[in-house]
Design a binder for this molecule. Structure first.
Ligand code: S3P
Length: 184
């Protein structure tokens, strides 16, 4: 789009499963014309199998190692002008949180539990929610990860009642403000 001023850095999306990172990531990709790095997809591509199979065959710890390795690679490659969409648990490790902030402008897409439940209930590909009580699991994850998203993000956006276009527009405005005042 011609009226979109280019941003000098990456935009990194974090938040719980089902908060809209992938959808908003694609919206930002279209608006900015930057490549989208979807970390879950990238890990599946490298591993040659879906995340559910990585969890089942190698365990969650291996998956977390893959996330950290990918973040290190992105950081070392001097990756710029990209949209990075992360998996919901990426903030669990201190090193990851540092790498995420080093990569660019980190946006926490927040949404109420009811919205997350509705969205995640439609799919079955998330291993952590294959439990008798997905609501309790999500509640627990939101509680433990909330402070970590908060600590990592430059911007927290409550996405309630907004469509992906409105969310992307909000992110771009805030990011432009951030980058134009950063060296002031
Ligand atoms: C996870 C979230 C998933 C995926 C994996 C673990 C988590 O990504 O990385 O299933 O720990 O919350 P999304 O947040 O994109 O669903």
């Amino acid at each position: 789009m011609s009226d979109i001023k280019k941003l000098p850095e990456n935009i990194v999306l974090v938040g719980i499963m089902g908060c809209g990172k992938s959808t908003v990531g694609r919206e930002l990709q279209v608006r900015l014309g930057y490549p989208l790095v979807d970390m879950d997809q990238e890990i599946e591509r490298t591993a040659g199998k879906p995340i559910s199979a990585i969890f089942a065959e190698e365990g969650e710890g291996r998956f977390r190692d893959m996330e950290t390795r990918l973040l290190r690679q992105l950081d070392a490659s001097d990756c710029r002008r990209r949209i990075v969409s992360t998996g919901g648990g990426v903030v669990g490790r201190e090193e990851n949180r540092r790498l995420l902030r080093s990569l660019g402008y980190v946006v926490w897409l927040d949404a109420p539990l009811s919205v997350i439940l509705e969205r995640t209930g439609k799919t079955r590909h998330r291993p952590l929610l294959q439990t008798a009580d997905p609501e309790a699991k999500l509640r627990e994850l939101l509680e433990t990860r909330g402070p970590l998203y908060q600590e990592t993000a430059h911007l927290k956006l409550d996405t309630s009642g907004l469509d992906s276009g409105e969310i992307a527009a909000g992110i771009l405005e805030c990011a432009r403000y951030f980058f134009s005042h950063r060296h002031a």
